[in-house]
Design a protein around this ligand. Structure first.
Ligand code: HEM
Length: 275
């Protein structure tokens, strides 16, 4: 066989390897980030909520509403929401681990049911807090509402695909559900990264408030678009397309890593230090 005939085959293999490697890198960094977010939720919210010490939530001055004396329904809704957030964050990550899917399908099935049901319930409670309790308003309220609609729709489609034993479709809808259910997490990471970039570039960049309004939608639409490009490259991408997606995903993972470190040291760890 001539070298000319070998080169495209080698290229195809390297492109496929690069795509898999970039997905693994993303997965490793995402697991670390999810573990830190879960640590924050478990340490900050679970003891105060389960012991009924709702007033302790006030230590988080980033909250829009949080604890309101006398508002029993609103406080219970918020408490339920943060407890469910812990299940969603833990369950979503467990679902992604390939070894669990392959070696413990029963664990995968039950964690999947817990993740989907809790993500749906947390979204419904989130919608209630946004539109009935009055937490949030304007464009950010619309952004999180669209996220809730996508969580409900994608979870339903993932469930239906599993019931009809369409496993390829189930995998795709479950991954989409993971992304939109983590919209609130990506929101925090994006704000941290934008703040850091802006602190270097300066006032030439739009102010934080303007970015926040746009990022309320981007926090889940951008990761969703990256996921779709990954699916496309995996299914029918040529070598160039696969290399391009692998490069883009690696860059996105780098930014995600910066956001994870920044949100831990700048947001979550200082809150845990107040406990
Ligand atoms: C399903 C995935 C979700 C997770 C994991 C999650 C997680 C959280 C967490 C951890 C908090 C506490 C805020 C903090 O400590 O910084 C929170 C608050 C809140 N979330 Fe969610 N959330 C999810 C979905 C939603 C959705 C879909 C909505 C709205 C439709 C929503 C609306 C809210 C509201 C209104 C608050 C209260 C904020 C405040 O009082 O300041 N969440 N969420």
């Amino acid at each position: 066989m001539s070298t000319a005939a070998l080169t495209p085959a080698v290229n195809t293999r390297s492109a496929a390897t690069a795509l898999v490697a970039s997905a693994r890198l993303w997965f490793g960094v995402a697991v670390i980030g999810q573990a830190l977010f879960l640590t924050y939720i478990l340490a900050f919210y679970v003891p105060s909520t389960l012991s009924g010490n709702f007033a302790a939530w006030a230590k988080n001055t980033n909250l829009i509403t949080g604890y309101v004396p006398g508002d029993t329904a609103g406080n219970l809704a918020f408490g339920a929401h943060v407890l469910m957030a812990a299940v969603v964050t833990f369950g979503g990550t467990v679902q992604l681990v390939p070894q669990i899917r392959a070696r413990a399908p029963q664990v995968h099935r039950w964690t999947g049911r817990a993740f989907m049901t809790t993500a749906i319930a947390a979204s419904v409670v989130g919608l209630w807090m946004t539109w009935v309790r009055g937490t949030g308003e304007g464009i950010p309220a619309l952004g999180i509402t669209l996220d809730a609609v996508l969580i409900l729709a994608f979870a339903g489609l993932a469930w239906r695909a599993a019931v009809t034993r369409d496993f390829a479709g189930h995998r795709r809808w479950a991954m989409r559900t993971f992304i939109v259910a983590n919209g609130v997490w990506f929101l925090r990471l994006g704000m941290v990264v934008y703040g850091l970039i802006r602190s270097v570039v300066g006032d030439a960049m739009p102010r934080m408030g303007a970015f926040f309004e746009v990022w309320n939608f981007g926090a889940y639409l951008v990761p969703l678009a990256i996921l779709e490009l990954y699916f496309l490259a995996q299914a029918r991408g040529g070598s160039a397309g696969r290399f391009a997606v692998a490069g883009g995903l690696t860059l996105a993972t780098l930014l995600m890593g910066v956001g994870i470190a920044g949100s831990w040291f700048g947001m979550f760890a200082p809150l845990l230090a107040k406990l």
